[in-house]
Structure formats: C-alpha cells, structure tokens
Design a protein around this ligand. Structure first.
Ligand code: IPM
Ligand code: MG
Length: 370
C-alpha cells in the first residue's frame, strides 16, 4: 500500500472507532447524596503538585473530619501518577493507576507534566477520555468588576479526541476534529441546567462556525436545539475571535454569564478569563462525567519553580477552588461554601514572583477562616 492508501485506511478506522464511542455515550448523572459512602481519590501529580496537594489534604481533612470518622467519606491516596512512573511504563496513565482511580467516585488531582515532543499523551486528556469526563466547568469571578462567568467547555471531543492521531504525508500534515450530536447535546444540557438551577438568564455559544462549518456548525445547531427546552434563558452565539475581544471589553463583558464552547476554544478562552481574575493560579476546574468526576487546578506542574527552589511559594488557591467544586459536586454544599468563603476572605496572596507568603502559611490562614 502506498502512503496515501495507508492514510485513507487509517481514516476509515478512526471513523469506525468514533462511531463506537458514540454508542457508549448515554448515561445518567450520579446522585451522590443517595450514596452511603463517597470515595475521594487524591493524586499528587508532579512538580509543585505534591506541595499544593499536601495543603489541599489538610483542608479536606478539616472540613470532612466527622464524615471521615463515620465512614460516609473515604479519602484514598492514588499512587503512581508521576512523570517518572508514566515514562517508565510508557503510558500516559499507567493501567494500574487508572484502575485505582476507577475505584473512587471523584478525584482531586495535582498538575501532571506532559513531556514535550514524543508520542505520550497528556495525562489530563487520557483521564478525561477514559473516565468520559465530558464537561469541563471553569468559573471565573471578579466581583469588583462585576464579572461572574462560568465556562462549560466540551472536554472529550473536538480537536482533542484524535489530537495525537493525525496523519503525516510527505510535505503535509492533517489533524482531525470531531463533533457529535450526542457529545454536544450533553455539554449543552449541562450548561443550560446549570443556568436554570443557578438563576442565570443567559447562555452564550462560542464557535468559529463560519470557518469550521461542519463541526462547529453542528455544535451551534445542537446547542440551539437544546436551548428550546429552556425558554426562560436567553441564548446567543458568537465567534471565538470576537469573544476573545469581548472578554477584555469593559463595556459589555459583564453581560455574559454562562458560556458553552467546543474543547480547544474553551481551553484558550478559559486561560484568558482566568488571567482577568488574577492568573491561571487562581482558577479551579471541574471535569465532570456521569459516573466519575475529576477536579484540578488549571495551571501546570511549574517545573521552573522547582528548579529555582521556590516550590514553597506555589499558590494553592487554584487547587483549593477545585476542592470547593468537588465538595459541591458530591453534595457537601455547606462545606464547599465554608471553603469558598475562606478563599474570598483570606487577605493573603501567594506568589512565587514576590516570595513572602508560603503555600503553607496561606493554608494556615484558610484553616483559621473555615
Ligand atoms: C487545561 C490544559 C490541558 C488542556 C493540557 C494540560 C492538556 O491546558 O486543562 O486547560 O489543553 O486541556
Ligand atoms: Mg488550558
């Protein structure tokens, strides 16, 4: 077979695989309040991961002390989600680690390093796919500027699902983007349900459907179909380029409330939004599926901080925000609120650029405020 035929053959296989993925997609969200016991997995990750996760553990123990004693909540350490182990096994998430994770209901995860180049996939992408965590929920708030946004980023499709499996021909490279009806419907449903249940009156769809006509065209169309079930919510759709501008346009940005968008645009726009809030170190992120959910900081493992010996000044705010989202997700709203309140009230800021308050000192202050 020549290279062109091989590529076409490969494309057929990818399409069949995606059709099979679609068949497994229908599920019902888990009701954690109906469970006698909820298991929270804790995976440290790499770089500054163990530093911030140690603080996240202290806060979790303080908030759930009674429940841990009574056995309604179990905290379980997940071992082996480290770059050393992943490189040694040559797996983005080694099988035995994935098995440990699957024994938990939800996972709090420190940042994991993705090696540059090579073929190893990001552990985040693998976990999102393997646990089918289709909704990436990222709130961004700047109260003094009247900014109160929640992003619903589709988390299992788009440019990511076949991102490591593009085609290379001599002098040419092609990647694939996949958008499905079911995949879009469930993220749109999640966004509209959130809006309905939290008193939000507007959902904005963000794509580049004028250019990516098939995939983003489908995304927009399906979101509008879902919107018909929510007549009290205003819906509009925007292109990603102008939305990137809107977020820094002070005259209109506070009108936006909930966003629903495909994977890659969501990746980019949420970093921009997080920066308006004070940087990616300040934002938490939830990856939610029907069976499992994973909560994480939106920043990386910061190897430079380790090299400079500044890991004690890693900011735990992002992982603590993710922890609050985890608590809310498993129906521990009261504890979530205590933590959110402490994070809002804490007068300290941790920054490796001006190393004065340590990660531990900040967490001590949070524990005082709980
Ligand atoms: C994020 C990150 C990831 C992504 C990387 C680490 C694969 O940037 O969670 O936003 O692109 O989704
Ligand atoms: Mg990102």
């Amino acid at each position: 077979m020549n290279e062109l035929e091989l590529a076409c053959d490969n494309f057929r296989k990818l399409l069949l695989e995606q059709m099979q993925r679609l068949e497994k997609m229908d599920g019902e969200p888990t009701d954690y309040s109906a469970k006698a016991q909820v298991t929270i997995g804790l995976a440290d990750g790499d770089g500054i991961g163990p530093v911030i996760m140690q603080e996240a553990r202290r806060v979790l123990h303080a908030l759930l002390e009674q429940e841990i004693k009574e056995g309604t909540v179990v905290l379980k350490d997940i071992h082996g989600l480290t770059i050393e182990n992943r490189l040694e096994k040559d797996e983005a998430v080694p099988k035995d680690v994935l098995e440990q994770i699957k024994t938990c209901d939800v996972l709090l995860k420190g940042p994991t390093t993705t090696p540059m180049g090579g073929t190893m996939e990001s552990a985040n992408v693998t976990l999102r796919r393997e646990l089918d965590l289709y909704a990436n929920v990222r709130p961004v708030t700047v109260p003094e500027k009247n900014i109160d946004w929640v992003f619903y980023r589709e988390n299992t499709e788009g440019e990511y699902v076949l991102g490591s499996r593009g085609v290379e021909l001599p002098s040419m490279a092609v990647d694939f983007k996949v958008t499905t009806d079911q995949g879009t419907r469930r993220i749109a449903r999640a966004a509209f349900e959130y809006a309905k249940n939290n008193g939000r009156s507007r959902v904005s769809i963000v794509t580049k459907a004028n250019i990516m006509k098939k995939t983003d065209g489908k995304f927009t169309e399906v979101c509008h179909q879902v919107a018909q079930d929510y007549p009290d919510i205003t819906v509009d759709d925007w292109y990603i380029d102008i939305m990137a501008a809107n977020l820094v346009n002070e005259t209109i940005r506070d009108r936006f409330q909930v966003f629903v968008l495909p994977n890659l645009y969501g990746d980019i726009l949420t970093d921009e939004a997080a920066q308006l809030q004070g940087g990616v170190g300040t934002a938490g992120s939830a990856n939610i599926g029907d069976r499992y959910a994973m909560f994480e900081a939106i920043h990386g493992s910061a190897p430079r901080l380790i090299e400079q010996g500044l890991q004690a000044y890693a900011n735990p705010a992002s992982i603590l925000k993710a922890e609050a989202m985890l608590l809310r997700h498993i129906g521990r709203a009261e504890q979530a609120q205590r933590l959110e309140h402490a994070l809002q009230e804490c007068p300290l800021t941790v920054s490796p650029v001006e190393p004065s308050v340590t990660c531990t000192a900040y967490t001590d202050a949070i524990l005082q405020l709980l």
